[in-house]
Ligand binder design. Structure first.
Ligand SMILES: Cc1cc2nc3c(=O)[nH]c(=O)nc-3n(C[C@H](O)[C@H](O)[C@H](O)COP(=O)(O)OP(=O)(O)OC[C@H]3O[C@@H](n4cnc5c(N)ncnc54)[C@H](O)[C@@H]3O)c2cc1C
Length: 260
């Protein structure tokens, strides 16, 4: 066992199954939806726990968000993470992906991480920019679209299978490294009863502010280089419906329309 320090980034997002669009304003009705753990981050947590099962060490769940984001840390701790860190501060408000990844990178550095594992993307902003951003801020190696991890602790390397167009590639990264684990590529475990009770009753995350990380001037709206120019909703596309009595009839129709 080599005892790697593994950090898994988890984000609190509105439950996509409950988000609706306000017909008057055409904007997302986020407040009506429950806040839950970002779906791809279940895969990130599972990958982190499997890695620590293989090499030993600790898994710390890390989130940046309001105090209510403690709930996603508790979910991760219930699944088996050892600890949780909440980055919360008014100074973080309005951060786009650049300062968000700056804050997560500073926290990963403070935690002395060997490996940071993120989900592929969030379900509410979906940029996929945060994991490469963490790597860039800390000048660490990065592995994106990862479908499988194979630790090589003897050489201080993490070997990843990456999904690339038309196939896959196998890449070895020197630690410390940042992984974006592909959505749906492993089977997240369910929480054990005792761990879940601990997470929901006793667990309290460590809380760090921007000042604790020494990045007060590098986060928030003023430090965010992007701005949203406008927003609109798209009209639904009309769809044609046809029913077939048999698979053969369906196949013939698809051939006729040159779909197969
Ligand atoms: C132009 C623009 C302006 C924005 N302005 C605002 C704003 O004013 N206020 C506001 O609240 N949001 C704002 N956002 C959203 C905010 O930037 C994102 O929520 C945040 O930067 C994360 O980006 P993402 O959701 O695309 O993450 P992605 O890169 O898609 O997420 C990939 C992975 O990174 C990790 N991750 C991402 N975010 C977090 C997090 N917070 N904590 C822990 N892990 C995380 C997770 O593992 C996740 O699976 C803005 C976004 C854009 C593009």
């Amino acid at each position: 066992m080599h005892d790697w320090t593994i950090v898994v980034c988890v984000k609190q997002v509105p439950d996509a199954d409950e988000v609706s669009i306000d017909p008057e304003t055409g904007t997302l009705n986020r407040a009506a939806a429950a806040a839950v753990l970002n779906k791809p981050d279940w895969n990130a947590v599972e990958a982190a726990l499997e890695l620590s099962d293989a090499v030993g060490g600790t898994v710390t769940a890390l989130t940046m968000g309001p105090p209510t984001a403690t709930e996603v840390l508790a979910t991760a701790v219930g699944l088996g993470c050892d600890d949780g860190v909440l980055l919360t501060d008014r100074a973080f408000a309005g951060s786009d992906t650049w300062p968000t990844s700056r804050a997560l990178a500073a926290a990963a550095d403070k935690l002395d991480a060997d490996v940071v594992i993120c989900g592929e993307e969030s379900t509410d902003s979906s940029t996929g920019q945060v994991p490469p951003g963490i790597a860039a801020h800390n000048d660490w190696s990065q592995l994106t679209y990862v479908t499988d991890l194979d630790p090589n602790p003897e050489d201080g390397e993490l070997v990843a299978t990456r999904d690339v167009e038309g196939g896959h590639e196998v890449v070895a990264a020197t630690l410390p490294t940042v992984v974006a684990f592909a959505f749906g590529e492993n089977h997240p475990r369910t929480a054990g009863l005792h761990r879940k009770i601990y997470a929901e009753t006793e667990f309290e995350p460590r809380q760090w502010s921007a000042a604790d990380l020494g990045i007060e001037d590098e986060v928030g709206l003023d430090a965010s280089p992007t701005s949203v120019g406008g927003m609109d909703t798209a009209s639904p596309v009309d769809r044609e419906k046809q029913q077939f009595d048999s698979v053969d009839a369906l196949y013939d129709a698809l051939v006729e329309q040159e779909v197969v």
